[in-house]
Design a protein around this ligand. Structure first.
Ligand SMILES: NC(=O)C1=CN([C@@H]2O[C@H](COP(=O)(O)OP(=O)(O)OC[C@H]3O[C@@H](n4cnc5c(N)ncnc54)[C@H](O)[C@@H]3O)[C@@H](O)[C@H]2O)C=CC1
Ligand SMILES: N[C@@H](CC=O)C(=O)O
Ligand code: NA
Length: 425
């Protein structure tokens, strides 16, 4: 079959970009058949053309002039990351009539509306499968597979670094610091791992998923975000004793008057499907009215897995240019508000260290009753003259639990109040 030619520009040639170069070359004949176009990589914009690169990266395609490269492209793949210059370059590409494929979750969760509006104005396409959970086709699932359904909830393990750290702490009884050092040695965590361990990477991903699923605009700043820095070996051991694992869960839920979106270390029951997601793997569970529960599992990071998602977008974008039609546009018609974190309802645990004497349990229980929060389970472990008390509630709003925790901190019998932790399953 005769194929048209499409000019592809790649911006950024790091972990993911260099794998995209490899796959584009290795599978060029297949891609031509699948999208009806020969995908000609016309240039690779890099910051430093003289930096060492893998052997398969053609030196003659390297340039430090991204702007000129974009002018000649039908399709631009942005794999630089970060907000600038990625934002300006993507806008330039869209405005010049090129479709764009990106894996840049930080940018989409910060400037998504601006990029989507520019895409529609220029009558081109914006694809971003790699931005959420790497190789796992969850953007496609939400944008296309579930377009005929009503999504009610999304929960996921969408950061490989933190899942690896928590898993090492659980299975090898490592401290947080030792597990983080291992993750860095293995290349999962960045040298500066704060976007991972403080939950910001997961927050960007759940913001993107919530925007699509709930047809609303959710940005990274709307996400109530907690990371894993404060998780202790003791909390992990206590969770294990009780039949739970601690996972950094990203969740978005429909509520009667809006949506709640959060990232938080969460006690996940061993029987829950997300509990068995180990190592650096990712998984996303969606709940929707007709389909019920769906689960997506796989590699959320790494050069080749992420490049697989990028190339699926490239083939789709190229086919649209050849045969016509468009990728699904942003559809924020529902405009659901993101509700304050305090209104997020769920089951929570709160851990207390108290003096072990008569009447203490009654005084601890009193604020729960006053705030209308029902206690589901109490566990007490003696520790000399002290006791550790772990209270699990029935479903209640987070705000009520926060008020109770503040009051308990002033209770003279209470020596320490631990962090509130949501419970799943
Ligand atoms: N590495 C992974 O596992 C995943 C990465 N992503 C996303 O993919 C994107 C790329 O990630 P990585 O390849 O890991 O990053 P990377 O840091 O390995 O590569 C980015 C490259 O862009 C280059 N660069 C910086 N400024 C530039 C400029 N002005 N012009 C041209 N090149 C420039 C850097 O020198 C670097 O080589 C990011 O948005 C990241 O969030 C998404 C999913 C997984
Ligand atoms: N740093 C991320 C990879 C990219 O999305 C992770 O650890 O999952
Ligand atoms: Na994906």
């Amino acid at each position: 079959m005769a194929h048209v030619d499409l000019n592809i520009a790649l911006l950024g040639c790091g972990t993911v970009g260099s794998e995209v170069v490899r796959l584009l070359a290795e599978q060029s004949d297949d891609f031509a058949e699948r999208c009806g176009a020969r995908l000609n990589l016309i240039g690779i914009a890099v910051r430093d053309v003289s930096a060492p690169r893998p052997d398969h990266v053609p030196r003659e395609l390297l340039t430090d002039d991204a702007e000129s490269l974009i002018e000649r492209a039908d399709l631009v793949i942005e794999l630089i990351g970060g907000l600038e210059p990625a934002r300006t370059l993507i806008l330039r590409a869209l405005n010049s009539g090129a479709s764009v494929v990106t894996g840049n979750k930080a940018l989409l969760a910060t400037h998504g509306p601006e990029l989507h509006e520019a895409t529609a104005r220029a009558d081109v396409d914006l694809y971003y499968e790699a931005a959420v959970a790497g190789a796992i086709p969850v953007v496609y699932a939400l944008r296309e597979s579930l377009a005929g359904d009503q999504v009610t909830a999304i929960s996921g393990i969408v950061n490989g670094t933190t899942n690896y750290i928590l898993d090492e702490m659980t299975t090898k009884a490592l401290s947080y610091e030792a597990a983080l050092a291992d993750a860095q040695k293995l290349g999962f965590a960045e040298a500066d791992p704060s976007a991972d361990v403080d939950g910001l990477d997961a927050a960007a991903k759940i913001a993107i998923m919530a925007s699509i699923a709930f047809h609303s605009r959710v940005g990274i700043d709307d996400v109530d975000t907690r990371g894993i820095r404060e998780i202790t070996a003791e909390q992990i051991a206590a969770a294990t004793r009780e039949g739970y694992v601690i996972k950094l869960l990203a969740t978005a839920r429909r509520a009667p008057n809006g949506i709640t979106v959060q990232v938080a270390p969460t006690l996940v029951a061993r029987t829950h499907p997300l509990a068995s997601v180990s190592g650096a793997y990712n998984a996303v569970v969606t709940e929707s009215e007709a389909a019920g529960r769906l689960m997506f599992y796989g590699q959320g990071a790494g050069g080749a897995p992420t490049a697989s998602a990028v190339l699926s977008d490239v083939v789709a974008a190229a086919a649209k240019r050849v045969y016509g039609g468009h990728a699904p546009r942003e559809l924020p018609y529902a405009s659901l508000p993101v509700l304050p974190a305090a209104s997020a309802r769920g089951v929570f645990t709160i851990d207390l260290t108290v003096t072990d004497q008569p009447g203490v349990l009654a005084s601890i229980a009193e604020p729960f009753a006053r705030h209308g929060v029902s206690i589901g389970q109490v566990r007490q472990d003696a520790d000399g003259p002290r006791a550790r008390v772990s209270i699990m509630t029935h479903t209640a709003p987070r705000g009520a639990l926060e008020a109770i925790a503040d009051e308990l901190a002033d209770n003279p019998h209470v020596i320490a109040v631990g962090a509130l932790m949501p419970v799943e399953g």
